[in-house]
Design a protein around this ligand. Structure first.
Ligand SMILES: [Zn+2]
Ligand SMILES: [Zn+2]
Length: 379
């Protein structure tokens, strides 16, 4: 057996060639070796076929990736089927236009057929309160999904004897046409027109599903949300999607995208919870203890040290959200904010003014204090 040439070499392009490069190279080589231009030249005929095969693979993203990885000796049988590449009938006119993509794509039509055997995947969004991120929960939703028809058990026929194997495609649902033009054969696969690709004919269609064997049904689905879940996570429920069109196909999957409602004050950074705590001047200056209700059911006790500054952060470890896949919990991070009274009465202004030696800024030392602030900030 002669060594098979590298597909890139056959087309005379580099391994990084763009789709356009590949099509351009194919077009000019195919024109050069076309049988109409080289009558009774078996060498040109061989080249023409070789160029076609290289193009068929390199112009198909999936096949090109496989070829780049494995070369000619890839796993599985030849992508062109057991007979190997047979060549296609392509006219010189096709080469001048661009209408040859479809001719090559049909080679890999069989893989498209396989994919069709799976039922539809479904996606549902489901919104839960913030508390669910803490505790997890058992949820239930109702979905609309294509399921096997209950009235006919998926047969599509009112009576089991009303189903016949389609004689046109012998139950395969697809028909293959082989066209021979000169030395080339062209294989075209399409859905069987007699049975619409189902492979069977229904003479006595079921009323509920109109002979489809499947119908849209409401279905309740129960699922578990684990503690610590984040917004945007998609839970996959294998086999809860649409029923397959064909008897031997697999049922699709259901994806549930979880959206978590906002907490009134917490922001979230994975398992950590962030919040701002507005406090008064004296709380920062003298220190304070503040209790607030918390999502784990026990109050959060926040201790502010005397001499704290606005913007200081207090971390309480182990009181954040559960970390997924572990027993540990994140932290609660509390940023101290100085809460200035918005409106002061005349009397209050008087009292504050009387303490301006503590609460106000001393004009004599202002430059020094600006310097100190800058030094602290820059560290
Ligand atoms: Zn039915
Ligand atoms: Zn048929």
């Amino acid at each position: 057996m002669t060594q098979k040439r590298d597909y890139y070499e056959v087309l005379g392009v580099g391994r990084n060639a763009s789709e356009g490069d590949i099509t351009g190279a194919f077009r000019s080589l195919a024109r050069k070796y076309h049988p109409d231009k080289n009558p009774d030249d078996s060498e040109a005929e061989k080249k023409f076929k070789e160029v076609q095969e290289a193009y068929a693979i390199l112009s198909n993203q999936e096949e090109r990736r496989k070829y780049d990885t494995f070369g000619h000796g890839g796993p599985g049988s030849s992508p062109f089927g057991p007979g190997g590449f047979q060549g296609v009938n392509i006219s010189l006119d096709d080469l001048f236009g661009g209408g040859f993509d479809g001719i090559f794509n049909q080679f890999f039509g069989s893989s498209r057929g396989r994919r069709r055997a799976k039922g539809d995947d479904l996606m549902y969004r489901h919104t839960v309160p913030f508390q669910v991120a803490m505790d997890g929960s058992e949820e239930e939703i109702e979905i609309e999904v294509m399921r096997q028809c209950k009235d006919c058990q998926g047969r599509g026929s009112r009576d089991p004897s009303g189903v016949r194997i389609c004689p046109n495609c012998e139950g395969r649902g697809r028909i293959e046409r082989v066209e021979r033009m000169g030395p080339f054969t062209q294989r075209a696969v399409s859905d069987c027109p007699s049975c619409n690709g189902n492979g069977k004919l229904i003479t006595d269609p079921c009323v509920s599903c109109k002979g489809q064997g499947r119908s849209n049904q409401a279905k309740r689905v129960k699922f578990t949300i684990p503690p610590g879940i984040s917004s945007g996570v998609r839970l996959r429920m294998r086999g809860y999607g649409g029923a397959p069109k064909e008897d031997n196909g697999t049922t699709g999957d259901l994806y549930i995208e979880i959206e978590i409602q906002r907490h009134p004050w917490f922001e979230r950074d994975s398992a950590d919870l962030l919040m701002g705590l507005p406090v008064g001047f004296s709380d920062l200056a003298l220190g304070a203890k503040i209790d607030i209700p918390h999502i784990d059911g026990e109050n959060l006790q926040i201790k502010i040290d005397a001499g704290s500054q606005p913007g200081d952060t207090i971390e309480i470890r182990g009181r954040g959200l559960p970390m997924q896949g572990s027993k540990r919990r994140g932290s609660v991070m509390i940023v101290l904010k100085l809460d200035m009274p918005a409106k002061l009465s005349r009397n209050e202004k008087k009292r504050i003014s009387s303490m301006s030696d503590i609460l106000g800024s001393d004009p004599d030392s202002i430059e020094e204090r600006i310097r100190e602030e800058a030094t602290k900030r820059r560290n």
